[in-house]
Design a protein around this ligand. Structure first.
Ligand SMILES: [Ca+2]
Ligand SMILES: [Ca+2]
Ligand SMILES: [Ca+2]
Ligand SMILES: [Ca+2]
Length: 487
């Protein structure tokens, strides 16, 4: 038995007093019995409350094909789009939904391998029913050329979608950006950055546009993180934070700006996390270098609360590769102006788990409580603001995306594995959970649960009786108990 399996079981025993959630619906892709593997690359909430799932699915004839699935808020599929390149490496990787005067567009970015084995980036524009309206392939202007699809931004000023790709020619990487105008649908190359490897984009919510994140090799052999603004492409940040620096995550705080997380290696503090916060003008508002003493620190996921405080879920490794290696998960909270206000260990039960790579995603509910979904073992937990466990439950998938919905509901998407490893391939699973009013976990919603809500009614303490997670035990929680009474 792997060590993490054992400690995982202990973690489950320690944390799961009882599940405070019930399953509202679940969606799986591909269907049971198909035996095909699906990989989720990205999950996005759309303006109508639906969920867009992007990734790659194995097919009998075409190896991996790119898929995009639109789920309605009730979990039923509204449309599915599957597109083939010619060979292996096809996947949808990003999407952006935009509207302007007289139009509403959904753009999908994918990468497709052609018959000669070269990667190509394609931009699809699809209508509300998932029908392809236009497909543009980034032009190949040289032999032996690969385009890796990286990300999309929406340039509101020019009403154009920006496509970031990595152009790889004879082993050299460069960032190649294209613009596609919404009215004409024409494609223009706008910017090439030699010796730069793009890793992702960070989008601004309002006004739109965003940042391109990348790396550049230096004469000293180090790698520098590199950030520039989409519109006009002015460079905002370049240079070593310290040593080997890779921008890993771009995160949008609507109405405020975007955060770039950089994985920064070097010095006596091991791997560190550097956070840079930009407002939509491209001005940097704050920066923070985080290290937990002599640990190696890695950024996993970010979220924000109603007060625009930023939260970062991280993992820390002490004595990496040593037999005494210790891995833990931490949660950081920053004030709107970038002061580190809180640094706590997430109680996963893992304190000494050699070789364990903790992965997780983070959400913050209306009460400001962290919701953490992590992969080993697959687990979902709701914490108090100070970091103790309100409830925890086993997940049926390794979570890759988490959305905190109104009324205490949660949406989790990720990869699921069959119990019997030979039975079937891993598949994509999305589950919507709603709060369960069985507060004491005896399997039925009864007098005892009702009594607890009544006794705590009106209180603002952090308690399981606050079912919808808005920070107060109120009418909505009472109605939930009455509604579920007897079930
Ligand atoms: Ca294919
Ligand atoms: Ca460190
Ligand atoms: Ca009960
Ligand atoms: Ca409540």
């Amino acid at each position: 038995m792997k060590r993490w399996t054992l400690s995982g079981i202990l973690a489950v025993l320690a944390l799961s007093a009882h599940a405070q959630l019930r399953e509202a619906w679940q969606y799986r892709f591909p269907e049971q019995g198909s035996g095909q593997v699906a990989e989720l690359r990205r999950a996005l909430k759309l303006a109508d409350g639906g969920l867009l799932l992007l990734g790659a699915v194995e097919t009998p004839l075409n190896a991996y094909d790119a898929f995009a699935i639109k789920l309605r808020p009730d979990g039923t599929p509204e449309w599915t789009l599957v597109q083939d390149g010619a060979l292996l490496d096809d996947a949808f990787v990003d999407a952006v939904e935009v509207s302007g005067f007289g139009y509403q567009h959904l753009y999908l970015l994918g990468q497709f391998m052609n018959a000669d084995g070269y990667l190509r980036a394609r931009l699809y524009r699809v209508d509300a029913g998932g029908q392809v309206q236009q497909m543009l392939e980034m032009p190949a202007d040289a032999p032996n050329l690969h385009y890796r699809a990286v990300g999309l931004v929406w340039d509101e000023q020019d009403e154009a979608v920006g496509v970031a790709t990595e152009r790889i020619s004879t082993g050299e990487s460069e960032a190649q950006l294209f613009t596609v105008y919404a009215d004409s649908g024409t494609l223009h190359p706008v910017s090439q950055r030699v010796n730069q490897r793009p890793w992702g984009v960070a989008r601004f919510a309002n006004p739109f546009s965003g940042l391109v994140l990348g790396t550049r090799g230096t004469f000293t052999g180090w790698v520098d993180a590199h950030i520039y603004k989409w519109v006009g492409a002015p460079e905002l940040f370049s240079g070593a934070v310290r040593g080997f620096d890779v921008p890993v995550i771009g995160y949008t705080v609507p109405g405020r700006g975007a955060v770039v997380g950089i994985h920064s290696f070097g010095g006596t503090t091991g791997d560190d996390i550097v956070l840079l916060f930009y407002n939509p003008n491209g001005s940097r508002e704050w920066a923070y270098r985080y290290t937990s003493a002599y640990y190696d620190d890695y950024l996993l996921s970010m979220a924000h609360d109603a007060q625009n405080r930023l939260y970062a879920l991280t993992t820390s490794v002490l004595w990496a590769n040593d037999r005494l290696e210790q891995v833990s998960m931490r949660l950081l909270r920053f004030s709107p102006n970038g002061t580190l206000e809180q640094d706590m260990v997430v109680p996963t039960g893992h304190t000494s788990s050699r070789g364990l790579s903790l992965r997780g995603v983070l959400g913050i509910n209306a009460a400001g409580q962290p919701i953490v979904a992590y992969a080993h073992p697959p687990f979902l937990t709701r914490l108090t603001r100070a970091g103790s466990v309100l409830w925890g439950m086993r997940l049926p998938m390794e979570p890759q995306a988490l959305f905190v919905e109104p009324q205490g509901a949660l949406l989790v998407a990720g990869s699921a594995f069959p119990e019997d490893p030979h039975a079937e391939a891993r598949y994509l699973l999305v589950v919507k959970y709603t709060p369960s009013a069985d507060l004491n976990g005896d399997g039925v919603v009864d007098d005892a649960d009702l009594l607890q809500v009544l006794l705590e009614f009106g209180t603002e303490g952090e308690t399981v009786a606050d079912l919808n997670g808005d920070g107060v035990v109120d009418d909505a929680d009472l109605i939930a108990v009455l509604f579920q009474f007897g079930s």
